[in-house]
Design a protein around this ligand. Sequence first.
Ligand SMILES: C[S@@+](CC[C@H](N)C(=O)[O-])C[C@H]1O[C@@H](n2cnc3c(N)ncnc32)[C@H](O)[C@@H]1O
Length: 322
Amino acid sequence: MQQKTPTATEAFSEAVRKGLTQYPKSLPSRFIYDARGDALFQRIMKMPGYYLTRCETEIFNRHKEAIASRFADTGSPFNLIELGAGDGKKTRLLLRELLRLDTPFSYMPVDISENALSGLVATLKQELPDLRCSPWQGTYFEVLREIGRMKDQRKVILFLGSNIGNLLHPQALSFLKELRETMGREDYLFIGFDQKKDPATVQAAYDDPEGITEAFNKNILGRINRELGGTFDPGKFRHWEVYDPETGTAKSYLVAGEPMRVEVRDLDLEVEFERWETIHTEISQKYDDRVVEWLAREAGLVIDGHYADSRGYYKDYLFRLA
Ligand SMILES: C[S@@+](CC[C@H](N)C(=O)[O-])C[C@H]1O[C@@H](n2cnc3c(N)ncnc32)[C@H](O)[C@@H]1O
């Protein structure tokens, strides 16, 4: 496995310092994922209200032959690069199909979480021993540089689970533009976009009665305590989810229930909270065809196919260069 970048702890420290000293406060959602965050996300994926994983699984079960054939359509070998692979459970449906087609490819899962990546590699070794796999630990942006150097090799880039929804449109657009720069004429980009739907359905996906999403959201405070000597009492914060059906943006917050002072000892930092002050932690953007077409056009890409679940809750789109 590629080594953890030497800057991983520094990146977390920098993000915490920046996010907690600005107003309004915020912390990037990618830092929710450590071993505890990964385990909580596994539980989220099994929640009745968290429809996203089930929808994308349904899409892959229904369309795996068509999707895998498109990936393999030039017949030339390719690298299948998955950004934010997580447990790779759904991807295994596609990997199996590609192996069945006997198409020459190698799989490169990328994830910021060392824990998620090592679990994935162990499962793949057991379940798909013939798969060629080169995992990479790092952020999407770090890996973009690496992908840029692979210009002479054909690529299919996967970005599943509506991970793109963690980026607001301007960031998503610059990310797509950067991805585009790494792509050649025969390359594909395959992205899952959660669709706009009944606001109550969206809201329920991020605000479950059992409090699993709350625990997931609060894991970022636990991580600051564990890794940076923080003194957060997560019990003093409330998990709050807001979905705006007009913009399609769902936002997660942690809201301070009382005034408090928190130390982050390793950063030599003291942070004051007023009562009801917020820390914004995550964005889960929802889309429709019009917005996806706009993003593609602005990024210099075209939609070359799309695959939906039976309820039209979720869509995976195949892009190539315009
Ligand atoms: C919502 S999970 C989705 C996992 C998987 N793609 C799926 O569809 O089930 C997001 C995954 O992306 C990883 N991740 C989040 N932000 C990241 C970033 N900026 N760079 C690399 N990986 C990231 C997390 O560690 C986590 O495993």
